[in-house]
Each structure stands twice: as C-alpha cells, then as structure tokens.
Design a protein. Structure first.
Length: 675
C-alpha cells in the first residue's frame, strides 16, 4: 500500500478521499488554487501545494503543476476524484511517465470509452446489449439517412465524441433527418472538434440505471450492484439511489454481469460505472462507461458497507479485489440528494456568496457503513459529504455543490422518510439553495412510489414549482422575538427600546415593527404591545397574545402567538432575520423605521447586483449626474447581459467594482446620492 498520495481535486470529493487516507494511515497531499487557500480540503489533508490561479484552467487542470507537486512531496500515487482531470488520458499518461500511480483505469481503457461509436463496437463484440442503431465508420449522409429509416422513427442522433447530453438531436420523421444531421454535425464539430455521429432508436421515458464495477490487475472483476439516477435536470443528477427500485433479481443480475463484461472488454482496472438506459418494461441497453469514481458512489457504500476509495487504493497498489462477487451483499436502501447553491425558480442559475449560516442534519461525515455490515455498532443512517464549512464562500469558479446528503433505511420507504426529515433540518443562509426543491421531489407522488424516469422533473414542473404554504405566523412571531431580544427587550423585563419606534399606551407601551417578507417582497407592519403582564402582537388586523424566549441552543427561540407555538432558529444577518421552523425556511427583513428615516434624509441609494456575475461595463464614474433609468453598470451572467439602471435621479458618489470583477448576488455595486 502507498505511504502518501496526492489528491488532484477539491471540494467534497477531495475531503472524502482524505478521510479514507486518514483511516488507512496514508498521508495525503492537497493541491489548491488561489481561491482555495483556506478551503476545507486543504485542512483535510496532511500537506498542501499551491498550484495556481482561481480558474480551473489555471490550477486543477494543470497537468504539469500537479505532477510537479506529487514529485516535490514524494506522493507515490495521484487520486483524481471526479471531474477535472479524472478522465483525461493525457493526465493518466503523464502520471505513468513520471513514475506516479494514477488511481484510475489504464490509459487505454479511458481512451476506449472516450468515443461512443468505438465503445459501442467493443460492447457489441462483448455481447453487451445495445440500443438498436448504427455506429459504423461510414458517415455518408445518404447511408446515415437509410440507416435511420430502417431503425424506425423517432431516432436519436448523438455526437460520437459527445457526452453528458451534448450534441444530441431527436429526429421524429424521415423528412426532418437531413436538416437534423447537418445541425448535429455542426454542433459536434464546434463542441468536440469531431463531427462523427451515431444513430439510435429514441427511447421515450427511459430510466437511467447504472452499475458500479470494480476490476483488479489480476483478472478479478465484480459489480457492486446498481443505482438509479433517473431524477435529473438538464443532464445534471439531482437524486440517486441504490439499489434501483422495482427491478427483478434476474434483471439486476443480468445487468451486473453485462457491466462486468463491459469492463472486461476494455481490460478495465479500478472503479468504473457502466450506464444503462432502461425502458419501462425492464429492457436495458449500454449507454456509456464512466472511468472514475462517481459523485453518487456513497449510496453504493451505504448499502454494501464497502469503502470504494479504499478499494481504489488497494487495486491501484496492485492488491486483489477485497471481496468476491459472492461475498458482496446489499443491505437496505440508500438515497442521495445533491444540495446545490442555486436558484431553482430562476432556471437553476448558480447562486454564489458566503455561507453565513450552515447547519446540516445530524449525521456522520463520510460515513461508509450505514447498515453496520462491517462493524456492528457503527451504523450511520445519515451521511453528509461536504467540502465547505460555515463561513466558506461559494464562488463562481467551481461547481456550486454545498453538500451531498445521503440516508439509509431498511427499506426504500424508511430511507425516503429519513431523507425528508433530513432535508427539513438543512439550514443555509447566504446563497440560495435547492433544498426546498429537493423536498418537493422527495415528497412527490411519482418519486415516493418509485415511478422514476428521466422526464420526472419536467413532467411535474408545475407541482414542483407551485408556491408552498409556510408557517408564516409562527415564523413571524419567532422573528419578532429575536428582534426584541436583540434590541434589548427580554421576555419579561423592562427595556429602553431606544432603537425602535414606540409610544406609550395607558401606562403600557406599543411599538411598530416594520417588516418585509423577503420571499414575496411584501412589506407589512406588526404592532407589539405590552400592558402590565400582557403582551400582544397585531398583524393583519388580528391582535393575539404573544410570548417569546431564547432557547438553549445557538440562535434558538421559542414563541407562542394565539394558539400556535413554535420552536425554531433565527439566524440574523444584518437586518435580515432567517427563520427556520417547522421544517421551513422563511426570511424577514426588518425595516428599521428610524434608520430608514435617517437614510432618506441623507438621500442614500444602494444599488445591488441582482445575481452573481461579472461586470462587463461601467458606464458612470463618481460625480456623474444621472436621471432615473440611466444605465450605470452592465453585468454578464449565464452568457446574458443585464443592465443596471439608476432607480432615481441623483449623483454617483462611488463605484465599487471595475470591469472584469466577479460580483456576488446582492453585492452593492455603487453608491448613488439620490436628489
Ligand atoms: C438516449 C435517450 C433516449 N434514447 N438514448 C442523455 C445523456 C446521455 N448519457 C444519453 N442520454 C439519453 N440517451 C436513446 N437511444 C435519452 C437520453 C436522455 C437521458 C438519459 C439518461 C439520463 C437523463 C436523460 C435525460 C434526457 C435524455
């Protein structure tokens, strides 16, 4: 076994690999970019080497710098994680040339699976089932058209060099074929530098079922069962589970054996995933093979009790596979949800910024053995794999995943219930997240009943995005309680209320609290009153009894309002009160009436970025006199331009960003003296 390895990655997967290294007594070396000097993966490793600038091209994709770092630190092997250089033949080759073990398959196996057409030819020879189609060398348009006609419509054109859903065209009718072929070839040439295409029968409502395989250098090859990853949006997986639900033991065995045959056909070594596309009736066909450890590997670990990174290290060090096929078994069911910093309601735009408050459900980080198959007593039904901590920043440079939440249950129903509960316990303040969206899917009928296919999210779009009813009154009571506590009030005591507008009322007093609901931008007033021992809160014309107290935990409060009572956490960020209660997240912005009055006198105008992005033009400078609507700054996000205009007439007093700067969501861009 190795004494020291280098982890050529970042984020949760680098931390995940480091955790196994630590357990096995292997020293680990991190690499990091300018943006990651204080990243969690750096502290998770024993040593760290700086490899360059923030962008991936300047750091995590620099083959020579990484090889140099391995050499300089005496690492005997390199673990590439997923993404970045994990399926890069040149990198695997460079490691080999430098005498460093690449913890992954042989260069030839990566190459063999790099071309879809070549991979399909190899799979055909190995008797692995293929979607009816054409993947030959002859690319003449006439021949391709004839082949499509004989396969029968609809057909799917795929770029042979493509992947991840890029370069695909569905063709419904023979009359449309010529134009679709030309368009597919154009996209393939510009995206992949190769315009070769293949044709397949187009399957409607398919499932994505994949098989985890492992092979060693001694001819051993096994499968660690299946996963269903059908719940995707735009080819990005959202929820994954193991085992794939609703399949007979016979189909699972056939699929497992086909996957092992696929691995053997390319003399595979290490961890690999064979992706199949499956029809509603259980026919499955080879799609592609991923020659790396997958993001969703934890669900397989949770049901097999095996540490797949440990397996990778052992195989790379030349050891035989730890277990035979007969020794592998499945216990229970596991589901993974990918928690992303993104804005589902805004087309899943990535959302950046600092994680001001981050609370994950109670669980064990990087736990392997959920079922306790290996070590009795080490059961961890909730696992959290995360590469960030509270206080860290999600930047635009890398994948905006915050954490993977993985749960285990004796049955799928148990796992589902646990996932639902775990998602309700996630609290994130800072970037927007997909947590609520995940909750909706997990609690939706099709997902709960295991009716999975790749169109699930699109088909149920309306229900998944419909407004949700939230415990508004309870959350408001908690926010008021937190505000009164912060401003010097206590549950029962007298206080000066200096910062609040208030008035006396027959010996008692009352004060008006101005709030804005962040979600729907609705501003409203609440009146808090105390008369003798009686406290009330008036909202929406209704006056109800109100009590509050601080709870024992950090940010914890209790409140009662009328008949309702709630315990929750209120995380205060400036004037924004983020309330987490009864499984929901709500946010209220306190409109400090006195401070607002002062602002208005000084004529301050704050102009903030509507989304994370890059400044591409600054059209004004300090001193520029502007009319209402005058364009001030142009930002670019997701390849679209957004012009930010003056909300009112005034004079620009400060410009806070320059052309080329990356700007976080909500950042103040410039200061305007409103006139
Ligand atoms: C297909 C298909 C239907 N019929 N092939 C998308 C990405 C690539 N890995 C293969 N993909 C598909 N291939 C045939 N013959 C539908 C898809 C597909 C899909 C596959 C798996 C998971 C999600 C998907 C979403 C849309 C389309």
């Amino acid at each position: 076994m190795f004494n020291k390895i280098l982890i050529a990655n970042r984020g949760e997967i680098a931390c995940r690999v480091a955790a196994t290294c630590k357990r096995l007594g292997i020293a680990s070396v991190a690499v990091y970019s300018d943006a990651d000097a204080d990243a969690k993966h750096v502290s998770a490793c024993d040593e760290a080497v700086h490899i360059g600038g923030a962008s991936a091209a300047e750091s995590y994709l620099r083959i020579e710098r990484i090889i140099e770092a391995a050499r300089a630190t005496g690492a005997q092997a390199v673990h590439p994680g997923y993404g970045f250089l994990s399926e890069n033949e040149d990198f695997a080759h460079a490691c080999e040339a430098a005498g460093i073990v690449f913890i992954g398959p042989p260069v030839e196996a990566i190459a063999a699976m790099g071309s879809k057409a070549a991979a399909k030819a190899l799979m055909h020879a190995a008797a692995v089932p293929l979607v009816p189609g054409y993947h030959g060398d002859d690319q003449s348009p006439e021949l391709l058209h004839r082949e499509a006609d004989s396969i029968g419509y609809p057909v799917l054109l795929k770029a042979s060099a493509g992947g991840g859903g890029k370069g695909m065209r569905v063709v419904e009718r023979s009359e449309d074929f010529v134009a679709a072929l030309a368009s597919c070839k154009r996209e393939a040439a510009s995206s992949f530098g190769n315009d070769r295409v293949l044709i397949e029968k187009y399957l409607t409502r398919p499932r994505h079922v994949e098989v985890q395989v492992f092979a060693d250098r001694h001819g051993g090859a096994v499968y660690l069962f299946d996963r269903d990853c059908s719940v995707q949006r735009r080819h990005q997986k959202v929820l994954e589970e193991a085992p794939a639900p609703g399949l007979s033991a016979e189909i699972k065995r056939e699929m497992g054996e086909a996957a092992v045959a696929a691995a053997r056909a390319v003399s595979y070594v290490g961890a690999g995933t064979v992706e199949f596309i499956m029809t509603a009736t259980g026919e499955f066909y080879f799609m592609e093979m991923n020659t790396r450890l997958q993001v969703e590997h934890p669900v397989t670990e949770m049901v097999t009790g095996q540490d797949l990174v440990e397996w990778q290290l052992r195989v790379a060090a030349g050891e035989p596979l730890p277990l035979t096929q007969d020794q592998l078994k499945i216990d229970g069911h596991a589901i993974e949800a990918r928690i992303y910093a993104e804005h589902p309601a805004r087309g899943f735009l990535p959302s950046t910024g600092t994680l001001k408050h981050l609370r994950m459900p109670e669980g064990v980080e990087f736990a392997i053995d959920a079922a306790g198959l290996g070590e009795p007593g080490r059961k961890a039904p909730v696992r959290i794999d995360s590469g960030v901590r509270e206080g860290d920043t999600i930047t635009p440079f890398y994948d905006p995943m915050i954490a993977k939440l993985i749960v285990h249950g004796a049955t799928r129903e148990e796992a589902l219930a646990r996932m639902s509960r775990a998602l309700h316990a996630c609290e994130v303040v800072g970037p927007h997240t997909n947590v609520e969206f995940l909750q909706r899917i997990v609690e939706s009928e099709p997902f709960a009943s295991g009716d999975l296919d790749t169109g699930l999210i699109e088909r149920h779009h309306e229900a998944l995005f419909a407004p949700v009813k939230k415990p508004f009154k309870e959350a408001l009571a908690l926010a008021c309680g937190a505000l009164l506590t912060r401003e010097g009030g206590t549950a029962h005591g007298a206080s000066p209320w200096d910062a609040l507008s208030h008035w006396r009322l027959n010996g008692g007093y009352a004060q008006t609290l101005g709030w804005r609901s962040v979600e729907d931008d609705n501003a409203f007033m609440v009146t808090f009153a105390r008369d003798g021992g009686t406290q009330t809160l008036e909202h929406d014309g209704l006056r109800e009894g109100f009590t509050w107290s601080s709870g024992s935990g950090l940010h914890e409060y209790r409140a009662t309002i009328g008949d309702a009572r709630a315990t929750g956490r209120v995380f205060i960020d400036g004037d924004t009160f983020h309330v987490f209660c009864l499984g929901h997240a709500l946010a209220f912005e306190w409109q400090n009436l006195l401070a607002h009055a002062a602002d208005a006198e000084h004529g301050e105008g704050r102009l903030t970025a509507p989304m994370p992005g890059k400044v591409i033009a600054v059209l004004v400078e300090p001193g520029t006199v502007v009319e209402k609507g005058t364009p001030l700054i142009v930002m670019e996000a997701m390849k679209m331009e957004h012009t930010i205009g003056a909300p009112a007439a005034g004079v620009v007093s400060e410009v806070l960003y320059a052309v080329g700067d990356q700007v976080a969501d909500g950042a103040q861009l410039l200061v305007l003296d409103v006139q």
